[in-house]
Ligand binder design. Structure first.
Ligand code: FNR
Length: 180
């Protein structure tokens, strides 16, 4: 069984990112298990904690260590990655030399309620992932715009073309993961 951790860059209860992530999770084939790894309870990263990390840091690091790959689904805040997601990335990257992200294949989905589709967040996130030595799926890139029009009242993606596109993304991610 290949385990895929899903990290969502929004803490909002009605988050479109989370709803999109839930839809994407359903598209993985047999043999793949998805697990949401929560980041909202992580205290702000402080290097002084490296010797004696808060329990939340430990469980988060263990959860990331336990998966084979990571899917990030995020909105854009002020043309970049939401602070809560950057905090989680920083927590997982330390203590120095013990990063739990190292060498794990990753993929990125960004979304926005505007036409911009989270391009800035998507690429700032990729910059961190390169440094963390995470091979990141290059194509297809996923930028979802006007998310409020994509999701119906039950939280499902209402547009068949988008679902087909997301299926092609998951298929490419599965092929990509199998290379490592
Ligand atoms: C935003 N939003 C936003 N949208 C965008 O396309 N580019 C941006 O730079 C920003 N900046 C931004 C900053 C802050 C602080 C907030 C709260 C919002 C709007 C954003 O796309 C929208 O709120 C999404 O719905 C957030 O994603 P979730 O919470 O629905 O997953």
């Amino acid at each position: 069984m290949t385990k895929v951790g899903i990290v969502v860059g929004s803490l909002r209860k009605d988050s479109y990112s989370r709803k999109i992530a839930e839809n994407v999770a359903k598209l993985f084939p047999e043999g793949y298990e998805t697990e949401f790894i929560e980041i909202g309870n992580l205290p702000l990263y402080n290097e002084e904690y490296d010797g004696n990390s808060p329990e939340e840091y430990q469980s988060f690091r263990e959860a990331v260590s336990a998966v084979n790959a990571v899917l990030f689904v995020t909105p854009e805040y002020n043309r970049s990655v939401p602070g809560v997601l950057k905090n989680a990335i920083d927590v997982g990257s330390r203590p120095y030399g013990e990063s739990v992200w190292d060498a794990k294949p990753a993929a990125v989905v960004s979304q926005s309620i505007s036409n911009l589709s989270g391009f800035g967040a998507n690429h700032h996130l990729r910059q961190s992932l390169v440094f963390l030595n995470m091979p990141v799926l290059q194509q297809p890139e996923v930028y979802l715009a006007n998310s409020q029009d994509l999701i119906d009242e039950s939280g499902n993606i209402s547009n068949e073309q988008t679902t087909q596109f997301l299926q092609s993304f998951v298929d490419a991610f599965v092929d990509f993961m199998n290379r490592f």
